[in-house]
Design a protein around this ligand. Structure first.
Ligand code: ASP
Length: 378
């Protein structure tokens, strides 16, 4: 059974949802995995982000949380109305929103994919199986064995299921990391021994250069899983790196394509693809750099020791260390703010910078040559 996973951008408007239905309506056997309604453009906000915002705001101010709840209602009702959905859909969505305070955060956040699936199921008439029934966790750890048992019970030839979440032994919702719809798709492709996993997004597969960085971007037509993993580890977020292990060695072809234009170029990823030569430029934002000026040797080691202690205790991954005669740069990536509480006397020996890494990689006959340039960012 093939897998079709659609990202939120494919579901950002009623028109796009109709397009998705057009793309899959003649496919006889498949699982359709959906993410929550995404954003139309950069001024819009993804449904998942709005739900996360409600969870944050409800702890501080009911009024602010209500504002976001109203925005969610408007966003989902507009699409629902354009699709001419039955009253029952609007009623159950309204019930959820008015009782939102009764639920825990994971449940609230998971309703993004849940209601997106409900909407698509009502519009298309394709049955929806809640991933709560399929994707199983032991506490917060994904259980492959339990999931396999549940998935193989299903005898349907075509159904919709929700990406990004599952449930534990007590019926609590457990979430995958952000972008986790790709993981759900991979797990199902693995268990169903799918020949093809179509991962449908809003770009034409994996590009040689990010489109917002250069207009000279092209689609890489084919690559293997280790190449994809490398690109995902270094700033390419077209596919979730955590979803790759379920596909490796299973003879599954992953096709990353554009749901807004099914005839556009796409990328095919599979286990054995020899001669896959190509060059990519990856732009990885959000890096930080501590520059230590090597003026007094003993002080340098003291500063280094303190910095490494902070980095390691916060489990922050060091990205690169560059040492020249005059400077030592420690580059790391984190979403957290790290606080360097070094003694005032050391302060003139180091500074902090925000960086973007521009990584050019040349894949050639199973080898790769990489060069990285760091530029300061705000
Ligand atoms: N909706 C979730 C997110 O925005 C999961 C996904 O899109 O795959 O991260």
């Amino acid at each position: 059974m093939d897998i079709y996973k659609f990202g939120g951008s494919s579901f950002a408007t009623a028109e796009r949802i109709k397009q998705v239905f057009f793309d899959i309506k003649d496919v006889k056997k498949c699982v359709i995995v959906l993410s929550a309604v995404g954003k139309i453009d950069n001024n819009d906000i993804k449904l998942t982000d709005l739900l996360i915002d409600v969870c944050k705001k409800r702890r501080k101010s009911t009024k602010q949380a209500k504002k976001t709840v109203n925005r969610i209602r408007r966003k989902m009702f507009n699409i629902g109305k354009e699709l001419d959905l039955p009253d029952s859909y609007f009623r159950s969505f309204n019930e959820f929103l008015s009782d939102i305070d009764l639920y825990d955060d994971n449940y609230i956040i998971s309703r993004g994919e849940y209601f997106t699936c409900k909407m698509f199921s009502l519009y298309t008439g394709i049955k929806f199986i809640d991933s709560m029934e399929l994707i199983k966790f032991d506490n917060e750890f994904f259980s492959y064995e339990k999931t396999k048992k549940e998935v193989l019970r299903i005898k349907l030839e075509k159904f919709i299921t929700s990406g990004f979440y599952g449930s534990d032994n007590y019926g609590n919702i457990v979430l995958f990391p952000r972008g986790g719809g790709d993981i759900t798709g991979s797990i199902l492709a693995n268990i169903f021994q799918s020949k093809t996993y179509f991962n449908c997004t809003d770009v034409n597969g994996v590009y040689t250069i990010p489109p917002d960085y250069s207009i000279n971007h092209e689609t890489v037509n084919q690559m293997n899983y280790s190449q994809l993993f490398y690109l995902c580890m270094h700033g390419n977020n077209v596919f979730s790196k955590d979803a790759i292990p379920y596909l490796v060695g299973r003879k599954i072809s992953l096709i990353i394509k554009n749901s807004l234009d099914f005839n556009a170029p796409f990328t095919i990823v599979s286990d054995n693809l020899p001669n896959n030569k190509f060059t990519t430029t990856q732009v990885e934002k959000g890096l930080y750099c501590i520059i230590i000026y090597k003026s007094k040797k003993t002080l340098l080691f003291r500063i280094l020791y303190q910095i490494l202690q902070i980095i390691m205790s916060d489990k922050i991954i060091i990205y690169d260390i560059i040492s020249t005669q005059k400077l030592c740069q420690i580059i790391y990536k984190t979403n957290k703010q790290i606080h360097l509480e070094l003694s005032p006397v050391t302060s003139k020996y180091y500074s902090l910078q925000k960086l973007t890494a521009i990584r050019t990689t040349n894949f050639l006959n199973g080898k790769k040559n990489t060069s990285v340039k760091y530029v300061t960012s705000n």
